[in-house]
Design a protein around this ligand. Structure first.
Ligand code: MD6
Ligand code: FE
Length: 210
């Protein structure tokens, strides 16, 4: 049977759990993410073409996604501090196993912070070694206008991702094109200083990293 998210987007394998995190779970997760940020501060990456991203980023887990003039890749250390990424918070590991049912834990979590006019252009997540494992996305703070469409191009649909919503790209939707058109400033007070946090959990390496 198709889920409502699949019906809305026409994308088999796109999963959406609105309100997956109750308010107390959101603050519990936020505390764990702020502890990550204290160890691994946000920084502003550049595209391979040398343009700064409008979002700032950090990571947790054994591997982190980075972008610079050398390209896109996963690496075990923060590009500015040189330190290993902090451990993946327990709440994220539990969410991954509970919602995806995957036997293997995620080995990378990219943390994006959107403030003001920050956005994310349409892209595919394809830097992971094994493109059969899902990518799970958790939203905290201000509501985002998310856009998603088929891997091969074609019509896109827009969906609002609010604080506590979780979605996943699985199976045939794993390479769907998606991005964030904008964030609705002032729609949540959860994140200190305002904004939206997005956490994307992945299996980046084709083998276990620890
Ligand atoms: C964001 N999300 O929500 C950007 N990637 O800020 C993503 O790029 C994303 O939502 C892979 C799977 C789900 C996602
Ligand atoms: Fe993505």
């Amino acid at each position: 049977m198709e889920t409502s998210a699949e019906l809305e987007t026409g994308l088999e394998g796109f999963r959406y759990w609105p309100g997956a995190l109750a308010p107390s779970d959101q603050t519990g997760l936020l505390d764990q993410v702020l502890a990550v940020v204290a160890q691994a501060p946000f920084y502003r990456p550049e595209t391979p073409g040398g343009r700064p991203f409008s979002v700032v980023m950090t990571n947790c887990g054994p591997l982190g996604w980075v972008s610079d003039r050398g390209g896109y890749r996963y690496q075990p250390h923060h590009p500015v501090t040189g330190l290993p990424w902090p451990a993946m918070p327990a709440r994220l590991l539990a969410l991954w196993s509970g919602l995806t049912g995957e036997a293997e834990p995620p080995d990378a979590c990219l943390v994006n912070l959107y403030r003001g006019a920050a956005r994310m252009g349409l892209h595919q997540d394809r830097d992971e070694a094994d493109l059969t494992a899902p990518v799970l996305s958790v939203s905290l703070g201000e509501t985002a206008v998310f856009r998603i469409g088929p891997a091969g191009g074609g019509p896109t649909r827009s969906l609002r991702l609010a604080s506590g919503d979780v979605c996943a790209l699985t199976g045939p939707a794993r390479l769907a094109r998606h991005g964030i058109d904008r964030v609705i400033v002032g729609s949540s007070q959860l994140v200190p200083g305002g904004g939206r946090l997005n956490l994307t959990l992945r299996r980046a390496a084709g083998f276990r990293v620890s």
